[in-house]
Design a protein around this ligand. Structure first.
Ligand code: IMP
Length: 190
């Protein structure tokens, strides 16, 4: 018997409330998969695109998405973090080399969330510098009001407000990733 989703989750003195339950996330990921299938099925030859999930936050999104894809692809996860342990986005993060050479390839970056947009700028610049054929960018979540970047996601699962979110791979100081839904921080009285 499936358990009903938790409505709230606490980490230390912070309370997070349910924003999207797992069923709603699954439905949206299915729609995103259909869009990607339409785009890449017709070019289903050669080695296909390189899927580049950004670790660690995008793992659950990635795991939900890939079984729904109907085209050939290769996988090159990339580890980036710009947040450290807090809730404030830092500057431009350093981007490591992909273990699969990206020259001449189509890349699909898979992010958990686009916030300031700094990570996207740094990742895009690094991939372009290595002469990949094209860079597509899908993010499960997008915070349009916090966005100060230049590289918008081509596809976003949900546009959300500025509140910090956890769950479905997203963390607060490494906690909360395991939650099946997405939860947002409840503002505390001053
Ligand atoms: P950006 O570079 O500011 O766009 O932030 C990108 C990264 O910051 C994401 O990949 C996340 O790891 C992290 N991040 C941004 N907003 C949140 C949030 O609300 N919850 C958890 N992590 C976040």
């Amino acid at each position: 018997v499936p358990k009903p989703p938790l409505t709230h989750y606490r980490i230390d003195d912070k309370t997070f409330e349910l924003l999207y339950p797992k069923a709603v996330i699954q439905e949206r990921v299915t729609e995103l998969a259909a869009i990607l299938n339409q785009r890449f099925e017709s070019k289903n030859e050669g080695r296909g695109p390189i899927l580049m999930p950004v670790l660690t936050g995008a793992l659950m999104f990635f795991g939900e998405l890939v079984p729904l894809l109907h085209f050939g692809y290769e996988i090159a996860p990339i580890k980036i973090s710009s947040y450290g342990s807090g809730m404030i986005s830092g500057g431009l993060p350093a981007i490591p080399e992909s273990h699969i050479p990206v020259g001449g390839r189509d890349i699909i970056i898979l992010e958990d969330i686009v916030d300031s947009g700094n990570t996207a700028i740094a990742l895009h610049a690094k991939l372009r510098e290595q002469n990949c054929a094209s860079v597509y960018f899908a993010s499960l979540l997008f915070k349009p009001h916090a966005f100060k970047g230049t590289i918008r996601p081509d596809w976003a699962g949900f546009e959300i407000g500025d509140a910090f979110v956890i769950g479905f791979g997203l963390d607060y100081a490494e906690r909360g990733r395991h939650l099946r839904g997405i939860y947002q921080l409840v503002a505390q009285p001053a």
